[in-house]
Ligand binder design. Structure first.
Ligand SMILES: [Zn+2]
Length: 151
């Protein structure tokens, strides 16, 4: 499943990327772009006029929790846990294993020492990612939404 999110849905885009879904999102689109991109992707929107032109999924809520639940119900969203945290939340690029030299230079030392082999890197926007309390909080939310099943 690959997504195209309209410009109102930045927070939802971030979370779909956290789940590993290829998610196209821009803060502005021209209509022609949306038409072109929606051919290969599931268009998700809060905008009835756009929905009537492009189909896809129309969300009824402004609240992230409800949007996730709606999407989960409508599309049977049960992402593979293997893909979680595999994608840059900012630019959607697939993350790669961080080159050690680069990580050592740019990541705080204690993080580097603890996570050496688990640090990921976005080759497009040069961000580093690693497991930490931030990720634990995300997992907690994903469990609350039933995206990750409680164990
Ligand atoms: Zn990036």
């Amino acid at each position: 499943m690959e997504f195209l999110l309209d410009s109102m849905l930045g927070r939802l885009a971030k979370w779909l990327r956290i789940m590993g879904y290829d998610t196209h999102y821009q803060s502005k689109y021209r209509l022609g772009e949306l038409y072109r991109l929606s051919k290969d992707r599931i268009f998700v929107t809060r905008n009835k006029a756009l929905y009537s032109k492009l189909n896809g999924v129309l969300l009824s809520s402004d609240i992230l929790d409800d949007q996730i639940r709606e999407l989960k119900e409508k599309l049977q969203l049960y992402p593979d846990i293997k893909n979680f945290f595999s994608r840059c939340v900012i630019c959607n690029r697939k993350l790669i294993k961080a080159p050690l030299k680069l990580a050592q230079e740019y990541v705080p030392e204690y993080v580097f020492l603890e996570n050496r082999d688990k640090i990921r890197y976005c080759p497009s926007c040069n961000r580093f990612y690693w497991p930490g309390t931030h990720r634990q909080n995300m997992i907690r939310r994903l469990k609350k939404w039933g995206i990750i099943l409680q164990s």
